[in-house]
Design a protein around this ligand. Structure first.
Ligand SMILES: N[C@@H](CCC[C@H](N)C(=O)O)C(=O)O
Length: 298
């Protein structure tokens, strides 16, 4: 019998994902299978893989998914190399688009759904231009590492920001320094965080603050995936770090341009502390069926 897998391909500002449905999490997803599926030459090609599984079917979901959380669906996210990550800001928007388009949920513009992730339950709302996700509370880490980036002459101090997953944000001098950075190799972090980190390189736009909105450009090297065209949690971390550098009068709304497009970030107070939210598009571009036996022979 053929060993096949039906999938959708989707992206959020060029950060692309293979999406599959496995409600009871019965499929064995090994790191090797995930890496083969995400391989851009021998597989489908993607920055990561997302499995739609019911929260109740996943043991590791149990701790962060209280019975009353209402998060029926869990975003079971993997990086392109098969490693797990706690959170994916572009992925969760594409995931909700996928749940809607495949009929697993019904959600109208303005409505919100709770989604389980390894970082906890996150609320996603349908907006006019896509989706907005409340990434929850964020954390500034003490003692950011020194970051050596190939193509950037001087090592720079990074700021550690956790938005459910770990990021190190570095400010570069200008557009030409940002463009010259070689992210085909991971920047070196000194000291290296034990769990690794996503690294964001940031420069201010020609006008840092326009009409009360902060504007920056960013490139990213993702843990487990390499350089990507966009990283949603990285975009939020970059806006948070830039606001921190800019001081107390800096705005709470940001527009972040990445190679794959533009996303918006908003910081807002809640009863349990400040949250950060990310808004942007999410598209599904094709569906297919992959022969897993052929894939492994590649
Ligand atoms: N592309 C994602 C982040 C995916 C996980 C990341 N590579 C990690 O290992 O933490 C996003 O849009 O946030």
């Amino acid at each position: 019998m053929a060993n096949t897998l039906d999938f959708h391909k989707g992206h959020g500002t060029g950060n692309d994902f293979v999406l599959i449905t496995d409600p009871d999490a019965r499929r064995e997803l090994t790191p090797a299978t995930i890496a083969a599926l995400c391989d851009r030459r021998f597989g489908i090609g993607a920055d990561g893989l997302i499995r739609a599984a019911r929260s109740a079917s996943l043991e590791y979901g149990a701790e962060s998914l209280a019975e009353d959380s209402g998060a029926e669906w869990f975003m079971d996210y993997y990086n392109a190399d098969g490693s797990v990550a706690e959170m994916c800001g572009n992925g969760i928007r594409v995931f909700v688009r996928y749940l809607i388009e495949t009929g697993l949920i019904t959600l109208e513009r303005g409505e919100t759904i709770a989604i389980g992730t390894r970082a906890g339950v996150r609320d996603v709302q349908v907006t006019a231009g896509g989706f907005a996700v409340d990434l929850g509370r964020w954390r500034l880490e003490e003692d950011g590492p020194l970051v050596h980036t190939r193509g950037v002459e001087v090592a720079r101090p990074g700021v550690g920001i956790n938005v459910g997953n770990p990021h190190v944000v570095v400010a570069l001098a200008d557009d030409s320094e940002l463009d010259q950075a070689d992210l085909t190799v991971a920047p070196t972090l000194d000291p290296a965080p034990e769990a690794g980190a996503n690294v964001e390189l940031v420069v201010p736009a020609a006008q840092l603050i326009r009409d009360g909105v902060g504007q920056i450009r960013m490139r990213v090297h993702e843990r487990g995936s390499g350089e990507t065209l966009s990283c949603g949690t990285g975009i939020a971390a970059a806006a948070l770090a830039t606001r921190f550098w800019a001081g107390p009068t800096a705005p709470n709304q940001w527009r972040v341009t990445v190679p794959g497009g533009v996303c918006a970030v908003r910081m807002f107070p809640t009863e349990d502390g400040e949250h950060v939210s990310l808004s942007g598009p999410a598209e599904l571009v094709y569906t297919g069926t992959v022969d897993l036996d052929a894939l492994h022979q590649a």
